[in-house]
Design a protein around this ligand. Structure first.
Ligand code: S3P
Length: 167
């Protein structure tokens, strides 16, 4: 399968979407867009502040709007989405009909380890194991609708899988 057009990276927070976005950008000469950053720039505040000051429903609406605007703007791009982008406002169906979706599937233990070390993720505070389990239960069925799933524990293997997509 040759990748072209809009490439949407989806997956849990901590699944490495930003990292793999950068690697994909090295392979394809497409612009790389990080949706969280676009939202932060627009709102002039960090995601955590948007959640605490304006609430999650506001954030989800903004996210859905930004997804559609970026899609209208770019015919070829790597779009790194937020962990919840596919799961609200029909995000997954929308992305699947406007480009190629890649789900970066990461082991529960790896996610817990990565997220446990980061304090800035509003949806994974406190009981990290419990939150990750709950999010995975809710979200896996959505992420699994992606056109392509890349499931490897080892980042080097993930990169090999991404490289193979180009050939
Ligand atoms: C979220 C993930 C975050 C960010 C926001 C909500 C989620 O993005 O969009 O905090 O619902 O999982 P990352 O997946 O890039 O951390």
């Amino acid at each position: 399968m040759t990748l072209q057009g809009r490439i949407y990276l989806v997956g849990m927070p901590g699944s490495g979407k930003s990292y793999f976005g950068k690697k994909l950008q090295e392979l394809f000469s497409y612009p790389l867009i990080d949706m969280d950053k676009v939202i932060e720039e627009r709102e002039g505040m960090e995601i955590t502040a948007i959640f605490s000051e304006k609430g999650e429903p506001y954030f989800r609406e903004m996210e859905a709007k930004v997804l559609r605007e970026l899609t209208d703007e770019y015919v070829e791009a790597i779009i790194s989405t937020g962990g919840g982008t596919p799961c609200f406002h029909e995000g997954m169906t929308y992305m699947n009909s406007h480009g190629t979706t890649i789900f970066l599937e990461t082991d529960r233990e790896v996610l817990i380890d990565r997220l446990g070390r980061k304090a800035h993720r509003p949806l994974v505070q406190g009981d990290v194991d419990g939150r990750v389990d709950a999010l995975l239960r809710e979200r896996l069925p959505v992420y699994q609708q992606a056109h392509i799933t890349i499931a490897h524990r080892d980042p080097a293997l993930m990169l090999e899988a991404i490289d193979a997509l180009k050939k």
